[in-house]
Ligand binder design. Structure first.
Ligand code: ASP
Ligand code: MG
Length: 417
């Protein structure tokens, strides 16, 4: 059994769906589980629906309508005659969504988010399942919420591996083609949960792990894993082969090509991961497997923008020692800061954080009581893995003033303001 994953960009319009079908045909795919994300920017569009639900209820039907129009336009372009069955399946999703909106009583933001946003994946997989079927490719549609069992930590839920493995092995037919959703799951009460933005890669890895799959292929709009994000860096090189370890490190420092949680389940069972271009399906792409060293051996560039650098020193000229550091860390944890980099000296402590949950002001007001605090908002954190002199020089030419620099054996990092 194999697992394929198609992301939102690969099915952003009807050409994408046709292309998906062509890839399946071209590769004579059988016994494969196909994991699909929401089409194009549908998840962002559903996030607007969630915001309207809490802040501007009058606007909600406008935002839902946009999503509906986009999907119905897509099927008009995709099918010569749209069968009633497909229309009614899609209609049912919107009917149930509206039902939820008018009857829901639980105002927990993250709960509501998951109930609404998950519809993107349901819509895309219904369309793709029907399109493949109409074109003579026998396949079944699976509601992945039956299989992917999680806790109730909505928007970033944690997997119940034991339950999930059992369910997957009960519900997935290993001798045929199945189309299912990435990103979504359900908790013990069968409320819909999600695995975090861009979590479909992780879903593919979960299914592969449970099924002891032969391989996972992630189909992308880039030729494979490059040594940097093509939206930011130029003259990039395709990495032909990397190890799980390398991929984990790259993802950890913020390379967005593979979702960070994807690698470890695959590594555990040594299931090879291929990252390939959906525009060029016969090209090799990148293969991720055990123990091989990075080929070609080139510096890899990663940018995290919109970070915050906090520099603190004690007010009474005392040294920054264990006690302060432990206090600072517990505050960072309390205010949900994601720590990206730390640097300390005798009298100062610097930390680069991601203010993901918007609680920076609260944190700063507490820190200011005890420390002299300098805050640099909106800084960029660049990381080079396998750096050399030229690669550092290249980064120095990027805009912004260097305000912190740090290097270890393999990693060079610089914060620019
Ligand atoms: N549709 C979800 C998102 O856009 C999950 C994914 O694409 O992997 O975040
Ligand atoms: Mg996506």
């Amino acid at each position: 059994m194999k697992v394929f994953k198609f992301g939102g960009a690969s099915v952003k319009d009807h050409h994408g769906v046709i292309n998906l079908f062509k890839i399946i045909k071209l590769l004579k795919v059988e016994n494969t589980l196909i994991v699909v994300s929401a089409m194009g920017k549908t998840t962002n569009a559903f996030e607007k629906v969630v915001n309207a639900y809490f802040n501007d209820l009058d606007q909600i039907s406008f935002f839902i309508d946009e999503i509906k129009k986009m999907h119905f336009k897509l099927i008009e372009n995709l099918f010569k005659d749209i069968d009633e069955e497909l229309k009614s399946k899609l209609g049912k999703i919107f009917y149930e969504l509206n039902n939820f909106i008018s009857s829901n009583k639980n105002m927990n933001y993250s709960y509501v988010y998951d109930q609404i946003v998950s519809n993107g994946e349901l819509l895309s997989t219904i369309i793709i399942h029907n399109y493949l079927k109409n074109n003579g490719l026998k396949n079944s549609w699976l509601d992945s919420r039956i299989c992917i069992k999680t806790d109730s930590y909505f928007r970033d839920s944690n997997l119940d591996w034991t339950e999930t493995e059992k369910k997957i092995n009960t519900h997935v037919d290993k001798n045929s083609i199945t189309v299912t959703q990435g990103f979504i799951g359900s908790d013990s009460k069968n409320n819909t949960t999600t695995l975090g933005r861009e979590g479909s890669d992780y879903s593919a890895a979960i299914f592969a792990y449970a099924l002891n799959a032969k391989s996972v292929t992630i189909w992308k709009d880039v030729p494979g894993v490059l040594n940097g994000d093509p939206r930011i860096f130029r003259d990039l090189i395709l990495l032909n082969k990397i190890s799980y370890r390398e991929a984990i490190e790259l993802a950890f420092y913020g390379a967005s090509v593979i979702h960070p949680k994807t690698l470890q389940p695959l590594q555990r069972k040594e299931i090879p991961l291929f990252v390939k271009s959906f525009e060029d399906p016969l090209k090799e792409g990148t293969s991720v497997s055990k123990g091989i060293s990075i080929n070609p051996n080139v510096p890899c560039y990663i940018l995290k923008s919109n970070q915050v650098l906090l520099k603190m020193s004690s007010k009474d000229f005392s040294f920054i020692v264990e006690e302060n550091i432990s206090e600072i860390f517990s505050l960072l944890h309390k205010y949900q800061m994601k720590v990206e980099l730390i640097q300390n000296s005798a009298i100062s402590f610097s930390v680069c954080v991601n203010n993901k949950y918007g609680r920076l002001e609260e944190l700063n007001s507490v820190l200011k009581l005890k420390y002299k605090l300098k805050v640099y908002n909106n800084v960029e954190l660049y990381t080079i893995r396998h750096f050399n002199k030229e690669s550092i020089k290249l980064l120095n030419n990027f805009k912004g003033k260097k305000i912190l620099e740090q290097r270890t054996e393999k990693i060079y990092q610089v914060v620019k303001a």
